[in-house]
Design a protein around this ligand. Structure first.
Ligand SMILES: [Zn+2]
Length: 304
């Protein structure tokens, strides 16, 4: 354990009951299950890197293991050795300037899906189209992933109504009659421009925004009017496996990488209406490995 990042070390007071002991309480069961049965690339490369210990980041000189959270680059591991994931939507992560980088799991997403993930440091955030982007954050006005697309359609309709550029009602009706699945099949027979236009009507979601900060710092970001304009989406109740369980916070407060993973899984099943076969499991490639290390350390320390 000595070679692990300070922040990745087991905290003795951590109330997380994720263990492989004979503890059969409900807490144990629920905390243990989410990371089981994932379709993950082999962790061998991480095991080897861990044996080598911490190395200096070639860019900033910091002592790191697996990746540098400051430079967002791999350390002691090659890009070809780790999984690379293509996501169905772009992910924008907004992090609080005071967030300690070493604690953040947002970097996992950027490293594993580099072409689809962007990390911004608040208050620097991009402009969003309110009918193409959603913010994953629980709140009084938030909707479920299941209802999300309809809400975006409604926003889009309002927008085009406001701009007096109403869609052709005949075409609209025929699209509705076809249903999403048929339209998706139909996309192949259209010109790229036609298909793109139609696709954006069926699958309007382009960008998904996550906030990466401690619970207390989130308030400043969430009240920003640029984000207030976005549709808020709430994930189903999920229990965190996060080993740095934040004191006093509910167990449903997910680590950023967990939230991204669960969102995409729901999106795949509920919005794209496709069977999920582990497409995004490797987003948890580092997370599950670090989690298993913590678990082993707890067991050997006799904490459970
Ligand atoms: Zn670095």
């Amino acid at each position: 354990m000595s070679s692990l990042d300070q922040d990745q070390r087991l905290h003795p007071s951590c109330p997380d009951k994720t263990t492989v002991s004979s503890d059969s309480s409900d807490t144990h069961e629920l905390a243990e299950k989410p990371l089981q049965g994932l379709r993950l690339a082999s962790h061998e490369v991480l095991e080897e890197a861990q044996q080598k210990g911490r190395l200096k980041c070639s860019k900033c000189g910091g002592s790191r293991m697996f990746f540098c959270y400051t430079c967002c680059s791999l350390v002691g591991v090659n890009q070809e050795e780790i999984p690379s994931i293509k996501l169905p939507v772009k992910i924008d992560i907004i992090k609080h300037p005071n967030e300690t980088d070493g604690k953040s799991t947002a970097i996992h997403a950027k490293i594993l899906a580099p072409s689809d993930v962007t990390i911004y440091t608040y208050p620097c955030i991009p402009e969003f189209e309110t009918d193409e982007a959603v913010l994953v954050f629980p709140g009084p006005g938030s909707v479920t992933v299941q209802d999300m697309l309809q809400c975006l359609h409604d926003r889009s309709d309002r927008k085009s109504h406001d701009s007096l550029d109403e869609p052709d009602p005949k075409r609209r009706r025929s699209e509705e009659a076809l249903g999403a699945t048929h339209i998706a099949e139909d996309l192949g027979s259209r010109t790229p421009d036609e298909a793109k236009g139609l696709e954006s009507r069926v699958y309007p979601l382009q960008r998904v925004v996550f906030i990466d900060s401690t619970w207390n710092q989130t308030n400043r970001i969430i009240t920003d009017e640029r984000l207030q304009a976005l549709l808020q989406v709430e994930l189903k109740m999920r229990k965190t496996c996060f080993w740095r369980h934040q004191k006093g916070k509910p167990e449903t407060y997910l680590a950023t990488i967990e939230a991204i993973y669960y969102f995409l899984k729901d999106y795949h099943e509920l919005c794209l209406a496709q069977e999920y076969s582990g497409e995004y499991d490797n987003l948890l490639f580092f997370y599950s490995y670090l989690h298993s290390l913590i678990t082993k350390a707890k067991v050997s320390a006799g904490k459970c």
